[in-house]
Design a protein around this ligand. Sequence first.
Ligand SMILES: NC(=O)CC[C@H](N)C(=O)O
Length: 362
Amino acid sequence: MKKGYLLLESGQIFSGMRVGAPSSVMGELVFNTSMTGYQEIMTDPSYAGQIMTFCYPLIGNYGVNAKDNENAKIQMQGALFSNLCELPSHYQSIKTVDQWLKQSDVPGLVNIDTRAVVKAVRRSGTMKAVISDSPDFSLIDWNRPLPQNMVAKVSAKTMTTYEGKGSHVVLFDYGYKKSMLKALLDEGCKVTVVPYNTDSNTVAALHPDGVMLSNGPGDPICLQPLFGEIKKITSAYPTLGICLGHQLIALAYGAKTGKLLFGHRGANHPVKELASGKVWMTSQNHSYVVEGDSVDAEQFSISYLNVNDHSVEGLSHNNLPIETVQFHPEAHPGPDDTHSIFLNFLTMIKQNKGEVTHAVTY
Ligand SMILES: NC(=O)CC[C@H](N)C(=O)O
């Protein structure tokens, strides 16, 4: 193994050993605290452009299998590990994480002091970082901007329909995770996945029963040109917005978003459901949040709050069938305790069609 370096915009330099592709990359440095689920994390399109620090000290011990990808390929820009298992053990494993990184042309570093990296990010916030063969800070153009509008890169270019006998849901692909599609298909839905910039006329021609706005990478404000259409579409159909989808709906209806210092990325983030007082453990992966005091109380009620920092975790429209969540009810990785959010969405669709007259609680 060859020596490699992680250089932080804040000035710190960490040394480790190179794994994966031998290339040098710049990305936004983030960390994830999940103990398992590295395959799902590495393929989640919301991480496009980011360098991931895996907090859990041993990654790769159950290898990489043929079924747990959330997208066709590794989406993150680079990956940092404390220990990376070279001899995985699992009956479904088909390769090691190192082999997978190499095949995917994604660089990584192992033997990194990931605790110190996390402390640096918690102190200085999410920042630019570089994986390189050289520790020479002066070789790097730190003013180079990171790519914007990653959504256009990761979104589907054409529509795809998955048949089902139940309600027809149009899923806006801002970089959707496979588990979101699966949650709908498992409930019998017909799902049409559409590109991120699909307009309201195209949606109307599909005659959907409901729409879902997916997760996705980057700053939601990058999609400002689409806010008018997003408002039109979401006010016409029962809607569920997840993560970036939640942020886009909030922005489209006039609220504001801000950026957290170091984000929420992990599989055990507690959120409080305000209507019931229940606290749910949730899977999370985001930097941006809807600013609570920017939400127009005439239009939306805040439905969930983060227990740790009280940030907004969900919105519910006061008159229209629109529900949004900042966390990930589709889990993968993480607890699926909030799966009922999909069921409530499907009930909302049925109520809208007049098939049920009462709310169903799960
Ligand atoms: N998982 C997501 O959809 C993330 C949303 C957005 N990119 C954020 O970081 O806040």
